[in-house]
Design a protein around this ligand. Structure first.
Ligand SMILES: Nc1ncnc2c1ncn2[C@@H]1O[C@H](COP(=O)(O)OP(=O)(O)OP(=O)(O)O)[C@@H](O)[C@H]1O
Ligand SMILES: [Mg+2]
Length: 510
């Protein structure tokens, strides 16, 4: 890393405005050959926009891009791809009703006698998929694949061109740990081959593992760039946020009372999770953690009625509730913010105002059922402030918000709904450090106001910093229930990996 690498691409004095938003102001980026280069900045800082200017999605209003010694301006993504620059977009970009092979070769299908050579397309796709160890069939329709696999298909597609620069915009937000490891192996291989990678992520741990260089942005401006090993995490955060964040977690204001809000008794799903019991008390934030395959999300979905429980009872404020589907759960006061918000949480073609109020029309209507614009406006503004959503107006289409800000809109929508119990599944995924703090504060406020809060999270520092007690799950079993004050990451990992199990006496089983 010490050796000066050859410059492959520079972006100079780039500015880009949209109606009402100056997304980039006089920004620069220098990319060297064979490096992994992190872009960091808060949600809405302009990272995705800068990359879209590089690859011809947007045309910059000002500035210059020099690639391999020549000034370039790509008119389309395809043009950039043919020049060796590919991007994996934050919001997946595949065409759902086409197959994997059709997606990979979209708009450049191999031809034979004037027809698409399907056999060749499938064969080539197979080669590519197996090269990267991606377990999907070229003939699968993309919409039938889980998000993680779609993500891998995007990656295969990007690599099907001869890439010299590969841009990955939040590539791991939908991946499991195992898939992330695979992706990183791939990144290493590409780097060895001299490919430059632009890596956008809010996950510091990932950046530490793979990045050589970092450029930091704030509010559409360039702040600085560094050799990654020469800057500390705290310095990065200070530069990103413009102030230092001494505490990553807000102080807790809610006090825990004896009153039980939610009781889950002997809840089970055959073949998915074993019978488990827990109570959630007033003022408490209950964490649920575990490794991939622990079945945390499955548990949440069952409490919410999205999947059926095969046995067990659920009590809300001491009343037994019967939950057959999500509408029963909502009536019983249970809300669930799912982890794949990109897919089903947000209506991207609607405005922020509409998204925030759409699940709570009763709260913005008058007695006669007529919707009050003023009430909608007030609600939207409240959550834009609370969640620090970066937007010029409440009428902005959600589609035009940055990825992280889209997620905040979904959280706002559920907060506005006023539930008795709220289950948050990975609420801070894709969200920048500053905004994470705001979300933690909100969870605390909710708990203080008497809402039962459950937070599913894979990030142990977050679990320890935010929740009062934590349930640890492993392969469909609850293996631990710990007071977070009296535990640590290591102990939680013991329960998550099966070294310890509180509810059997056999320690050390595999
Ligand atoms: N098509 C568009 N129309 C209007 N505004 C846009 C458009 N695309 C981006 N913006 C705005 O430009 C700013 C920069 O957005 P960008 O998506 O580049 O942020 P980001 O750094 O990638 O954030 P995140 O970490 O949340 O993904 C934001 O204020 C965003 O709302
Ligand atoms: Mg982005």
């Amino acid at each position: 890393m010490s050796k000066q690498k050859e410059t492959l691409l520079t972006m100079r004095n780039i500015s880009k405005g949209f109606a009402g938003v100056q997304a980039l102001k006089d920004v620069q980026l220098t990319l060297r050959k064979g490096e992994v280069h992190a872009l960091m900045g808060e949600n809405g800082a302009g990272k995705s926009t800068l990359m879209k200017c590089m690859i011809g999605v947007h045309e910059a209003d000002e500035g210059e891009i020099v690639y391999k010694g020549k000034t370039v301006k790509f008119a389309s993504v395809l043009e950039a791809q043919h020049a060796g620059i590919s991007m994996i977009f934050q919001e997946l970009n595949l065409i759902p009703h086409l197959t994997v092979a059709e997606n990979i070769f979209f708009a450049r299908e191999p031809m034979k006698m004037g027809m698409v050579d399907k056999a060749k397309m499938i064969k080539e796709s197979e080669k590519l998929l197996s090269l990267f160890d991606i377990d999907v069939s070229p003939t699968d329709e993309v919409r039938t694949l889980p998000v993680a696999k779609q993500q891998m298909v995007e990656i295969a597609k990007a690599l099907s061109f001869d890439v010299e620069i590969l841009i990955m915009d939040e590539p791991t937000s939908a991946l499991t740990e195992k898939e992330i490891d695979k992706l990183f192996e791939l990144v290493d291989k590409l780097r060895e081959r001299g490919v430059s990678i632009v890596y956008i992520s809010h996950r510091m741990e990932e950046l530490k593992r793979i990045c050589d260089h970092i450029t930091i942005f704030r509010d559409g401006t360039y702040v600085s760039d560094h050799v990654f090993s020469e800057i500390s995490m705290d310095e990065i955060i200070t530069k990103m946020v413009g102030r230092s964040l001494d505490n990553h977690f807000p102080p807790k204001t809610a006090t825990i009372e004896d009153k039980v809000i939610l009781s889950v008794m002997n809840a089970e799903r055959y073949g998915v999770f074993e019978p488990l019991n827990f109570d959630l008390r007033k003022g408490e934030i209950l964490g649920i953690t575990g490794l991939v395959g622990a079945k945390r999300t499955e548990l949440a979905r069952s409490i919410f009625g999205a999947d059926p429980l095969d046995g067990g009872d659920i009590y809300v404020h001491d009343h037994k509730v019967s939950i057959k589907d999500p509408s029963d759960a909502i009536k019983a006061g249970i809300a669930y913010l799912s982890e794949d918000r990109k897919l089903n949480g947000v209506a991207v073609r609607m405005t922020i105002r509409e998204n925030i109020t759409m699940a709570s029309m009763d709260k913005v209507s008058n007695g006669a059922g007529v919707i009050s614009y003023d009430k909608e406006k007030k609600a939207a503004n409240t959550f834009i402030d609370k969640m620090e959503i970066k937007t010029p107006t409440i009428e902005q289409l959600v589609n035009n918000l940055s990825g992280g800000n889209q997620q905040k809109v979904v959280i706002g929508k559920w907060l506005f709904r006023d539930a008795t119990v709220m289950i948050f599944d990975e609420p801070t995924r894709g969200i920048d450090v500053g905004a994470k703090y705001a979300i933690y504060q909100l969870l605390d406020e909710l708990a203080a106001s008497g809402v039962g809060v459950i937070m599913i999270s894979s990030e142990l520092p977050e679990i320890l910093g935010v929740s009062d007690r934590v349930i640890v799950m492993r392969e469909g079993r609850m293996t631990g229930m710990l007071e977070t004050k009296a535990t640590n990451q290591e102990e939680i990992m013991h329960y998550a990996t099966g070294v310890k199990d509180m509810f059997t006496h056999e320690y050390g089983e595999a």
